[in-house]
Design a protein around this ligand. Sequence first.
Ligand code: UFG
Length: 340
Amino acid sequence: MSQKIIVTGGAGYIGSHTCVALIEAGFEVVVFDNLSNSTTASLDGVARITGTRPEFINVDCADIAALRAAFAAHRDAVGVIHFAAYKAVGESVEKPLLYYRNNLGGLINVLDLMREFDVPNIVFSSSATVYGVPDTLPVTEETPLQPATSPYGATKVMGENIIRDAVRAYPQLRATLLRYFNPIGAHPSAEIGELPNGVPNNLMPYITQTAAGIRECLNIFGDDYDTPDGFCVRDYIDINDLARAHVAALRHMLNGADGVGTFNLGTGRGASVMELVNAFRTATGVDVPYKIAARRAGDVPAIWANADLAARVLNWHATVPLGETLASAWRWQKQVSGIK
Ligand code: UFG
């Protein structure tokens, strides 16, 4: 019989791709999502890709009574992948209490109910944001964390600490903290992908929406950073690769790894904003009009991952070439926008 995994936020961008990876790996998937920033159309996409539609429960992780009922119905689950959270850096500065209540309240409820129903394993969505502006590059999991630059970032640092303390106190729990670098791209089928609400904050959807003519012009935030070409550098990781890492993390815990594991999920390579724009043109043949704009407050000049630990311990590494990832992002945008 297949093992059951609860995926909170499973209708979202990373969640839906992880549903595909889990189903393809033979797991049974139950999605808990309040659809605050997603729709169940993503689960239809998962069904078209895999032939299996995950069971869906419309539930808010911040609502402990509703979440308890959902857990009670799935107490046979062997693990939880906890994606459900707010993720807009700027909004978190405007509405810090909303972010703390939702992201940390939701996590605490999930951990409490895992104890109550004896669900032992959790995978937590952390972020490279915990490294702040790092002193050395690339960053390893040992690189000292820096004070968070936004309430959103603070919820990731605090979320990691809450989980570490919980696992220390309740040894029946095991956890994997996955520090995502910059996930981009879509499933190669273009059945699922990223669907930002309104004007995208992030670079990749802004590029594809500009290429589609939805946005007039990409604003590149800053060209005078102390980097090889003056543009910010990030580690862009294919969403399907990222999704597979969650399966690897679960397998590692299900095979008996105790305690808390912490892993960077990146390619190990940095690309500048301009390199990404140029690589998009090469991969798709589509030009993206851009102009240089002022630096964006809070941006880290450069960060990329050393992901050796995930390779060694989880037997996971990024595989999809950047050009393929960019082509998948464009295929998805064309599908969304009805472009032939
Ligand atoms: N950028 C632009 N123009 C845009 C959008 C972004 O030039 O319209 C640039 C940014 O300045 C940055 C790079 O593109 O140099 C990437 O920006 P993103 O917003 O796509 O990603 P960030 O690295 O800023 O943010 C990501 C996640 C956050 C997380 C953060 C730090 O989206 O959730 O990494 O880990 F907090």
